[in-house]
Ligand binder design. Structure first.
Ligand code: GDP
Length: 527
């Protein structure tokens, strides 16, 4: 079939709470996947990128990552597409959308901290779409919680069956290695001071094998035998169907810093993680085997290269074999986009893609035509669904220091609204734009990007509103009447769609109840 890829694809993301070790693990995955050649390159790359753009100082200062990208590596005949998700909760909107473009996820948990707030939120998004999850309990080289406590917490907090695939022999000062329950292998630290995993391993016949006595301390082995046996009896056995349905998570233990468990994690992705899955769409589901190309835009990033003011739309290819130069229809707009310079994102570089396959992410440079949520096809009227949008929770009036910069401000706001990191509204009364964001940090990023990228000095003023809803009605007259009655609280989004702004949730539900014939949408339907 024309659309089948030369290599199987694994398109996945890592979800975690900040500091759990996502960056370190990403780097090690790329290192073991052969995509980079020295640890530190992911960070170095991040730094080079940061140096180019001043606003990213915020992420440096706060030690967070607000940009996300795609990293592709190949190993043992499989192409892995790792979609990076920004870690800070203020940027969850972007993160959530990225999760719609993956087929599976790796959940990284700090062995000492267990399930944290951000992990849980991201997990919930995965659950909405039944995204299968492999768990990686990181930092076993440090003091952590008891293995049982960790497994129980994952099971209880996330209401998932857990299946330990490996078992650490002690943690922190007592760490002696990791036992692979499926393969009956023991991964051991190097003898030197690093204590890193350098390929030292022993295959045994099982936990009872006497050979283990000469490798592990009596204490370590005793504990391993007792715990691992109890663990295997007490938790679910691995069941690929349950994993694929998002009901069971296999749990791996390791140390990204010391290279433990990283290759096993790649193997797990290769062995169990799904190939590109059928994608929900209207009026029909799209199957990756279809020969006709289709995909959706899940992210737009402006000014990736400040010299060019470019804008890259990230498209997840869902079906068909994409070829460079193809013309794709932007559904709902009547426009056709000729994709002459599609980009593939390798770990270190972007390169022109001559072709791409379902599961791949291609970057499409454009001048603002493509937006988050767009469906592109060879002509069929399809719309991919399930891309979450979030109602803004913080609304602020934006105030220009220099009133002659109105046009620059409008362009800048448009660009950033296109990236999907904020909404912009124009009130029916008054002339100051209102921006809506999901988190406070986005406001700071906004001000700082306005200065750095657009040379616009601006600040925020409190607005009387807290939340916004897109209003629509079956009967245009009803809508007109509502708008006339609520002019002081009405605004238009950048497409001219009417938006009602409420002072608080109480007022919102009051107005909703009084107008049962109108629809108040927390997110906007695309065109
Ligand atoms: P992120 O915020 O999730 O991307 O986390 P990072 O990868 O930046 O890691 C946060 C901190 O934890 C850094 O200081 C890492 O060096 C450290 N770290 C990451 N993985 C491990 C690990 O396996 N063991 C230990 N001891 N530290 C780790």
């Amino acid at each position: 079939m024309a659309s089948s890829a030369p290599f199987p694809r694994r398109t996945f993301a890592i979800i975690s709470h900040p500091d759990a070790g996502k960056t370190t693990l990403t780097e090690k995955l790329l290192l073991f996947g052969g995509a980079i050649h020295a640890a530190g390159e992911v960070r170095a790359r991040g730094q080079a990128r940061r140096a180019r753009s001043d606003w990213m100082k915020i992420e440096q200062q706060r030690g967070i990552s607000v940009t996300s990208s795609v990293m592709t590596f190949e190993r043992d005949g499989i192409t892995f597409n790792l979609l990076d998700t920004p870690g800070h909760e203020d940027f969850s909107e972007d993160t959530y959308r990225t999760l719609t473009a993956v087929d599976s996820a790796v959940m990284v948990i700090d062995a000492a901290r267990g399930i944290e707030a951000q992990t849980r939120k991201l997990f919930e998004v995965c659950r909405l779409r039944n995204v299968p999850i492999i768990t990686f309990v990181n930092k076993v080289d440090r003091e952590g919680r008891e293995v049982f406590a960790l497994l129980d917490e994952i099971a209880d907090a996330l209401a998932l069956d857990v299946c330990p695939m490996m078992w650490p022999v002690g943690m922190g000062g007592e760490f002696e290695g990791i036992y692979d329950l499926a393969r009956d292998k023991l991964y051991l630290p190097a003898d030197d001071a690093t204590g890193a995993y350098e390929g030292r391993q022993e295959t045994v016949s099982g936990l009872d094998d006497a050979k283990l006595e000469s490798i592990l301390t009596e204490r370590g082995l005793g504990k391993l035998r007792e715990e691992a046996e109890l663990g295997q009896a007490g938790y679910a056995a691995f069941d690929e169907t349950a994993y694929r349905a998002g009901d069971l998570t296999p749990v791996y233990f390791g140390s990204a810093l010391k290279d433990f468990g990283v290759e096993q994690l790649i193997d797990a992705l290769a062995d169990f993680a799904p190939s590109p899955r059928p994608q929900p769409a209207e009026p029909r589901e799209v199957n990756p085997d279809e020969s006709s190309v289709s995909g959706f835009i899940f992210k737009v990033q402006a000014n990736m290269n400040p010299q060019h003011r470019d804008r890259i739309a990230f498209m997840r290819l869902c079906a068909g074999r994409f070829r460079r130069g193809m013309k794709l229809a932007q559904i709902g707009t009547g426009k056709t986009i000729a994709v002459h310079s599609p980009l593939l994102f390798m770990a270190r570089d972007r390169e022109l893609a001559d072709e791409a396959f379902p599961g791949d992410i291609i970057g499409i440079p454009n001048h603002g035509t493509l937006r988050v949520g767009d469906t592109l096809t060879e002509g069929e009227e399809l719309r991919f669904t399930g891309l979450p949008n979030f109602a803004p929770e913080i609304l602020r009036r934006i105030r220009l220091a220099d009133p002659t910069k109105t046009k620059q401000l409008r362009n800048a706001l448009n660009d950033m609204a296109e990236e999907g990191i904020m909404q912009v509204f124009h009130p029916a009364i008054g002339s100051n734009w209102i921006v809506g964001v999901v988190g406070q940090l986005q406001l700071e990023v906004l001000i700082s990007r306005l200065q750095a990228e657009y040379k616009v000095d601006a600040g925020f003023e409190a607005s009387p509103w807290e939340t916004a809803r897109w209003v629509s009605a079956g009967e245009p007259k009803l809508l007109d009447g509502f708008i006339a009655d609520h002019r002081a609280a009405m605004a238009e989004d950048r497409d001219g769609a009417p938006v009602f702004m409420a002072k608080d949730n109480w007022e919102l539900s009051y107005v909703q109840q009084r107008n049962p014939e109108l629809r108040f949408a927390a997110t906007k339907d695309r065109r």
